[in-house]
Write a protein that binds this ligand. Structure first.
Ligand code: GLY
Length: 378
C-alpha cells in the first residue's frame, strides 16, 4: 500500500465538458439516482462527476493502474486543493480491513470532510473497497467509480454493493452505498490481457442469458470483435450488460427481489471460488456455475437441450471452464449451504425458464442437485 499526495492552492474550476465525445448515458434509479457514462477519454467527465463542492479527493487505485491514477491526479490537481493517491493491493487482497484502515488513515490525516470525494479506480475489488471506504468515512462521502476492468464496468461498480472480506467469508462486511456516478472509459481497457477480458465476459454473457439475448447473438456471430475493446461490438455488449444491471438494481437496490437474478451461476460459482482458494478468476468460477444452473434448469423441466447447449457453446468460445471434478461435490454442497445465498437453511438457485426468463429454485432435493452436477462433472 502506498500513498502519494499533491497539493494545489487553486480553487475548483468549472467542470469540464466532454462535448464532442460520443457518450452513452445509462440512468440508475433507486434510493439515489446516478448515471453510468460509457465513452472514451473521460477525464473531464470524472471531474464533472466529482463536482465543485469537494476540495480534496482521494483516488483509491490498484498498482496495475498506477499510470492512469497518476494521469488522473495530474488532470484533477489544478481544480482542487488536494488530490491524493492511495495505492492498494490488486484483486481480493484489496478487500481487507487493514487496507480500509490504511485509506481511513489517509482521510483522517488529510482532514477530509463530508463534502470531499473518493474516486475508486481499478477492477471490481478496488471499487468494492473504495465504495466501502466512501460509505463509512463520516457516514458517507461522495463516491465516483471509475472501473478499469470488464467485470468492474458491467457488475461491481454499478448498483452500490460495497464491502470487504473477513476470515469467515467474502463480502461479509459492507454497505449498500450508491455512487454519485460511474464513469466507464473504454480507453482504460486497451491494455487488458485477453484472458482478463474473456473472464470478464462471463458476467456479460450472464446478462445475455438472464435478460438480453442480443449479447448472446454478438458472442455467437462476432466473437473476436465483441471481445476487442476497440470495436463498436465490444462497446455495444458492455452497454447492453450495464443496461441489464442498471434496470435490475433500479427496481431492487437492496436485493429483496429481482436483484437475486444477477446471481445466475453464482451459488455454485462462489463455492468453486472457495474450493479454488480464490485463485480462479471470478468469471471462470461462474462459468462452471452457469453450466450447472443450466443443467438444473433442464432437469427441473424449464430449459431445452438447445438452450443448455447454447450456454456450453458461448462460454466455451470464451475459453471459460465448463466442468469441475466429480469428487468435489460434497465440499461444494457444504460450502453452498454455508453461503449467504442460502436463506432459512434452504439453498437458492437462479434458473431459467428460457433465455431471458430467470426465476428462483429453492429447497431443491440434494439428489436433483447432484444429478445436475453429474452433467458438468469430469
Ligand atoms: N453482483 C451482483 C449484484 O450486484 O447484485
Amino acid at each position: 500500500m502506498t500513498e502519494h499526495s499533491e497539493q494545489s492552492p487553486q480553487t475548483p474550476e468549472p467542470a469540464a465538458s466532454d462535448s464532442g465525445t460520443d457518450l452513452t448515458l445509462i440512468p440508475v434509479t433507486g434510493e439515489r439516482e446516478y448515471t453510468v457514462t460509457v465513452g472514451r477519454g473521460l477525464s473531464g467527465t470524472v471531474r464533472q462527476a466529482v463536482g465543485e463542492r469537494a476540495s480534496k479527493i482521494l483516488i483509491v487505485h490498484s498498482p496495475t493502474v498506477g499510470r492512469f491514477a497518476e494521469e488522473l491526479r495530474e488532470f484533477l490537481a489544478p481544480s482542487y486543493e488536494q488530490v491524493l493517491l492511495a495505492e492498494v493491493p490488486d484483486a481480493e487482497s484489496a478487500k481487507r480491513i487493514e487496507v480500509a484502515a490504511f485509506c481511513w488513515e489517509i482521510l483522517g490525516k488529510s482532514d477530509f470532510t463530508r463534502t470531499d470525494a473518493i474516486i475508486g479506480l481499478g477492477g471490481g475489488a478496488v471499487t468494492d473497497l473504495a465504495g466501502f471506504v466512501a460509505a463509512t468515512w463520516l457516514r458517507g462521502v461522495r463516491l465516483v467509480q471509475v472501473p478499469t476492468s470488464v467485470l468492474g464496468m458491467v457488475d461491481a461498480s454499478v448498483g452500490g454493493k460495497t464491502g470487504i472480506n473477513t476470515t469467515e467469508g467474502k463480502n461479509l462486511v459492507g454497505a449498500f452505498y450508491a455512487p454519485a456516478a460511474v464513469i466507464c472509459d473504454l480507453d482504460l481497457l486497451a491494455t487488458l490481457p485477453l484472458n482478463e477480458i474473456r473472464a470478464g465476459f462471463a458476467e456479460v454473457a450472464k446478462c445475455g442469458f438472464i435478460a438480453e439475448p442480443e449479447i448472446l447473438d454478438l458472442l455467437e456471430h462476432e466473437l473476436d470483435a465483441t471481445i476487442d475493446p476497440g470495436t463498436p461490438q465490444f462497446r455495444r455488449a458492455i452497454e447492453l450488460a450495464i443496461g441489464v444491471k442498471a434496470t435490475i438494481v433500479s427496481q431492487d437496490f437492496r436485493e429483496d427481489g429481482v436483484r437475486e437474478y444477477l446471481n445466475y451461476g453464482h451459488t455454485l460459482g462462489h463455492a468453486v471460488e472457495h474450493a479454488e482458494r480464490y485463485q480462479w478468476r471470478h468469471g471462470a468460477a461462474i462459468s462452471v456455475g452457469m453450466m450447472f444452473a443450466a443443467e438444473l434448469g433442464r432437469i427441473t423441466g424449464a430449459l431445452s437441450d438447445a438452450e443448455v447447449e447454447r450456454h456450453r457453446t458461448i462460454l466455451g468460445s470464451l475459453t471459460l471452464p465448463l466442468q469441475y471434478p466429480i469428487g468435489r461435490w460434497p465440499g461444494l454442497l457444504a460450502t453452498m449451504q454455508r453461503d449467504k445465498k442460502a436463506r432459512a437453511g434452504m439453498l437458492r438457485f437462479v434458473v431459467l425458464d428460457g433465455i431471458g426468463k430467470p426465476g428462483i429454485l429453492a429447497g431443491t432435493d440434494d439428489s436433483l442437485l447432484f444429478m445436475a452436477y453429474q452433467e458438468i462433472a469430469n
